[in-house]
Design a protein around this ligand. Structure first.
Ligand SMILES: Cc1cc2nc3c(=O)[nH]c(=O)nc-3n(C[C@H](O)[C@H](O)[C@H](O)COP(=O)(O)OP(=O)(O)OC[C@H]3O[C@@H](n4cnc5c(N)ncnc54)[C@H](O)[C@@H]3O)c2cc1C
Length: 372
């Protein structure tokens, strides 16, 4: 397939590439900038540029730009190693979820500060005993007059250390099938009773956390969507989370830099370069199908994320290979090598996504579930 962008899209990519270079020249840049790279200053610059919430409808404070423009800009931000963790969750999924399920009051209250880069968010989904199986969550919210009272623990909560708000999933009905009794809340991270404990990952970063909730009061008006029926909302949020260019390109700049330093590559290296170059194009086309809403089935993001994150691991291995023992001296390469296993865990593991592909897309027989 050989297709051409309209000229304006090429111009937008060039604008974004030049802008990100300038806007990050005095900042610390990192690969995985969308999850780990954090800079309040950069978040404000991105907001000033109008590139947070750029696709949100105009009457909701956005610019109503097509998704494909966000794709073009985001790819350049990733290639430029922009530290955008301060705005990525609101831009990628919390904003869109509020646009789909939030009340008008919630949209008016929360969207403008997201767009201005002035509110930071984290996502409280995983728990020590409920990661892949979201329906197994035990953090509970019980209504008491004008508030809900939340007790429990979340884990691996990225960005909780700097977040103003947590988009939290809780159990609210204890007498029904697990996936039917859940609700979603917006929780002020400054509420009394919240404790955030950083977890160090293998690379030495502490971008994710344990978060403990001890009798935390959440006003009734912070419930998002339907009470006891948030499972569909959560799945929709995961669709936003799984199908984007961030799942393909987070260490692509590392690859491009490594490739530039390889001289007279041998046949084995050339073969790997060919695989990576082709793999990037395939992954990019898969993401584009999501962006253009041309996916052949609803669970397509499971296919995209599986392909793209396994690709990111190939990139990490390639860079390690061509850097050789010097990788131990290069913080950037070593860091990416030890971090790479995370790509196929976060946002849904590859095993779970392969189950989805097998059972729901290919229609293979399902493993019988134990009767309770
Ligand atoms: C870098 C990073 C950032 C993260 N950020 C966040 C965040 O911001 N918010 C948040 O809520 N969570 C976050 N997570 C958590 C992430 O979503 C979970 O780690 C993930 O869903 C897997 O859950 P788990 O770790 O409990 O593993 P488990 O679910 O316990 O799985 C353990 C292993 O068993 C396999 N397995 C489990 N069930 C099945 C099955 N039915 N069939 C086949 N294999 C199976 C899994 O594939 C995995 O290999 C983050 C994780 C990482 C690594």
């Amino acid at each position: 397939m050989d297709y051409k962008w309209p000229k304006e899209f090429d111009e937008l990519a060039t604008e974004a590439r030049l802008w990100v270079k300038e806007a990050t020249s005095d900042l610390f840049n990192t690969d995985d900038g969308w999850l780990v790279g954090y800079s309040d200053e950069f978040t404000l610059r991105l907001a000033d540029k109008g590139w947070i919430g750029m696709t949100w409808p105009i009457d909701k404070g956005g610019d109503g730009r097509p998704e494909v423009e966000r794709f073009i800009v985001t790819e350049q931000l990733l290639l430029g190693r922009a530290p955008m963790a301060g705005s990525f969750f609101p831009d990628r999924q919390i904003g869109p979820v509020l646009l789909s399920y939030g009340t008008e009051e919630q949209q008016e209250r929360f969207l403008p500060s997201m767009r201005a880069g002035r509110s930071k968010w984290c996502i409280g989904m995983s728990e020590p005993d409920a990661g892949s199986n979201v329906a197994g969550i035990a953090t509970k919210a019980i209504q008491d007059g004008s508030h809900w009272v939340v007790n429990g623990q979340k884990i691996w909560t990225s960005g909780a250390q700097s977040a103003d708000w947590c988009y939290l999933i809780c159990r609210t009905d204890f007498d029904t099938a697990p996936h039917k009794g859940m609700s979603e809340f917006i929780v002020d991270m400054k509420s009394p009773g919240i404790e955030v404990k950083p977890i160090k990952d293998a690379s030495g970063d502490s971008h994710f956390n344990e978060v403990f909730f001890n009798d935390v009061l959440v006003p009734n008006e912070n419930l998002v969507g339907e009470i006891n029926n948030s499972f569909g909302q959560t799945m929709r949020q995961l669709e936003h989370e799984r199908g984007g260019i961030d799942r393909l390109a987070s260490n692509q700049r590392l690859y491009l830099d490594a490739k530039a330093s390889v001289e007279s590559p041998n046949a084995l290296i050339r073969q790997q370069i060919a695989e990576i170059e082709t793999g990037y194009k395939i992954g990019r086309d898969m993401v584009l199908r999501n962006v253009l809403r041309q996916t052949p089935f609803p669970q397509y993001s499971a296919v995209t994320k599986t392909w793209c994150t396994e690709f990111e691991q190939k990139v990490a291995n390639f860079v390690g290979l061509v850097t050789g023992s010097e990788a131990m001296l290069s913080g950037r390469v070593a860091r990416n090598l030890v971090y790479a296993p995370a790509y196929t865990i976060m946002g849904g593991t590859t095993q779970i996504l392969r189950n989805i592909i097998g059972e729901r897309i290919l229609g293979l027989p399902r493993e019988p579930r134990p009767q309770s």
